[in-house]
Design a protein around this ligand. Structure first.
Ligand SMILES: Cc1ncc(C[n+]2csc(CCOP(=O)(O)OP(=O)(O)O)c2C)c(N)n1
Length: 287
C-alpha cells in the first residue's frame, strides 16, 4: 500500500512542487543535472506518491517495495522525492552537493535514507533489481521491485543480460521504467547510438511492454497498475518524455543534461513554474 495514494490532480501538483524543488536546489548548488531530473519527474512522482509500498518513517521496513534509480545523475529529482515523502527534512535540499550536507552529487545509500543503492555508474541498476526480484520470489513474498533507467543508458550491454535473466526467471514482480527523452550527455540518442525500436526489443526478449506518454499522469498510473497485475513476465514502461520538461528554454536540449541554471536563468525557470526563488527557498528552509 502506498502511504500517500494521491489522486491524479494531486499527483500533478506534487510533480510541479518537485520541479520547483529541483530548480531551487540547483540554483543554490550551482552544480548538478537539470534535464533528466525534469524529464523523469512525472513518472517518478506517480511511483512514489501513488504506487510504491514504502515507509519513509522506517526506510528499512522489510515489507517494503524497492525502487532502484539506475540513473544516479538525476539526484536532484531523487532527493526531492525523498524529502517530499518525509525521509528527511526539506531544508536538506538546500545543502545539495555541499560539504556540510548528506546529499552527494550522486546518491550514496550509506549517507541518505531512502536510497536503495548507490548509483552513478550507468547500466547496473537493472542487474541489481532483477537479482533482488529473484530473491524476493524465492522468499515467496508480495514485495515488488522497480528500476528507473535512462534511454542513453540502454546502450550499456549489461542491461541486456539482466533483460534476458528477468524473462527467463519470469520475474513478474519486476517493473522497469525508461525515461525516453531521446537525449543524452553527448546529444541525440539516435545519433550517439540508436536504441530503437525499443518496444520490439523488450517484447522480443519476453517482456510485457507499455509504451506511454511519460508526462501524462493518467497513462503513467494506468501503466504502473497494469504492470502490477501482469503475471509470468517482467514489465517495462517506456515513457516518452522531453528533456528539461516544464522549463521552456531547457526543453528538448541535450546541453541541459548536466548543468544547473545560473541564478537569473533559475529565476526565469521558477517564474514559469509559478513561484520565485525567494518564495520556494523559504518553503524549503522551513520544511
Ligand atoms: C558506465 C557509465 N558511462 C558513462 C557515464 C557518463 N554519463 C553520465 S550520464 C550519461 C548519459 C546518460 O543518458 P540518459 O540515460 O539518456 O540520461 P539523460 O541524459 O536523459 O539524463 C553518461 C554517458 C556514466 N555515468 N556511467
Amino acid at each position: 500500500m502506498n502511504p500517500f495514494n494521491l489522486e491524479i490532480e494531486k499527483l500533478k501538483q506534487k510533480a510541479l512542487d518537485i520541479r520547483r524543488d529541483i530548480i531551487t536546489l540547483l540554483i543554490e548548488s550551482q552544480s548538478g543535472h537539470s534535464g533528466g531530473p525534469l524529464s523523469c519527474t512525472d513518472m517518478a512522482t506517480a511511483l512514489y506518491f501513488n504506487i510504491l509500498n514504502h515507509d519513509p518513517q522506517n526506510p528499512g521496513n522489510p515489507q517494503r517495495d524497492l525502487n532502484f534509480f539506475s540513473i544516479g545523475h538525476v539526484s536532484p529529482l531523487i532527493y526531492s522525492l525523498l524529502a517530499e515523502s518525509g525521509y528527511f527534512p526539506l531544508k536538506d535540499l538546500l545543502s545539495f552537493r555541499k560539504m556540510e550536507g548528506h546529499l552527494e552529487g550522486h546518491p550514496n545509500c550509506l549517507h541518505t535514507p531512502g536510497i536503495e543503492v548507490s548509483a552513478g555508474s550507468l547500466g547496473q541498476g537493472l542487474s541489481i533489481a532483477c537479482g533482488t526480484a529473484y530473491g524476493i520470489k524465492m522468499d515467496r513474498t508480495e514485495r515488488r521491485v522497480y528500476c528507473i533507467m535512462g534511454d542513453g543508458e540502454q546502450q550499456e550491454g549489461s542491461i541486456w543480460e539482466a533483460v534476458m535473466f528477468s524473462a527467463h526467471y519470469k520475474l513478474d514482480n519486476l517493473c522497469g521504467i525508461i525515461d525516453y527523452n531521446h537525449r543524452q550527455i553527448d546529444g541525440e540518442t539516435e545519433d550517439v547510438m540508436d536504441i530503437s525500436p525499443l518496444t520490439e526489443k523488450y517484447w522480443s526478449f519476453g517482456w510485457n511492454v507499455y509504451e506511454i506518454n511519460g508526462h501524462d499522469m493518467n497513462e503513467i498510473v494506468g501503466a504502473l497498475k497494469a504492470a502490477n497485475d501482469c503475471k509470468g513476465k517482467p514489465s517495462i514502461i517506456i515513457g516518452h518524455t522531453e528533456m528539461g520538461k516544464g522549463v521552456s528554454f531547457m526543453e528538448g536540449l541535450a546541453e541541459w543534461h548536466g548543468k544547473p541554471p545560473k541564478p537569473d536563468q533559475g529565476e526565469k525557470a521558477l517564474a514559469e513554474l509559478g513561484t520565485t526563488y525567494a518564495e520556494w527557498s523559504e518553503r524549503l528552509r522551513n520544511g
